[in-house]
Design a protein around this ligand. Sequence first.
Ligand SMILES: [Zn+2]
Length: 223
Amino acid sequence: MSKSVLIVAAHPDDEVLGCGGTIARHVAEGDVVHVVFMADGVGSRGDGSTYQHQRRNIARDQALEVLGVSECNAFDFPDNCMDSVPLLDVVQALEPIIEQVQPTRVYTHHSGDLNVDHCVTHQAVMTACRPMPGSSVREILTFEVMSSSEWATPSVTPFVPNAFVEMSDYLSKKLEALAAYEMEMRSAPHSRSVAHIEALARHRGNCVGVDAAEAFVVIRMVE
Ligand SMILES: [Zn+2]
């Protein structure tokens, strides 16, 4: 039976870095996939010009096309400053989408990420998806985003995965989608280099006896 799946990402590129292979697999298996972006990912930069904004949007559209996603919403919460917005505003932006999409599974950021927008997004998802009677949401999983999840201070909850999605057949799609975000990638040796993203996929896969995987933490599962 096909599932309705929602990905809530702070910035365009987080969806591919965190769960691009999993998205491609959901699409291939006939699931309905909807992606939400909270901030544009460039507004906080010195070069956060209209040109950069448009470039990031084009990259986002290209990446979603590669992954086969046609349903997407993009908010313009302040980039890298989402902690300056009342949490309630972020929650209230998400609630109508959850109402409309009726997802059974939601993927979002790890709570302990270094990036503040990731943390606020996690918190807002937890509130918007609270397990009220009649809620469609049965599973919440968090993903890891390189240069944020593994760069966090040790005092926060580290990302320790307990769920894996095999994506051996979709790793090439993930890397193809990532190519759209070339401007966000860095040269190796760097946590957010293409070489490292591929190595991580192999590492997560080999940890569970498959060629390639993406790793998650199950926050809640209701069966
Ligand atoms: Zn991000």
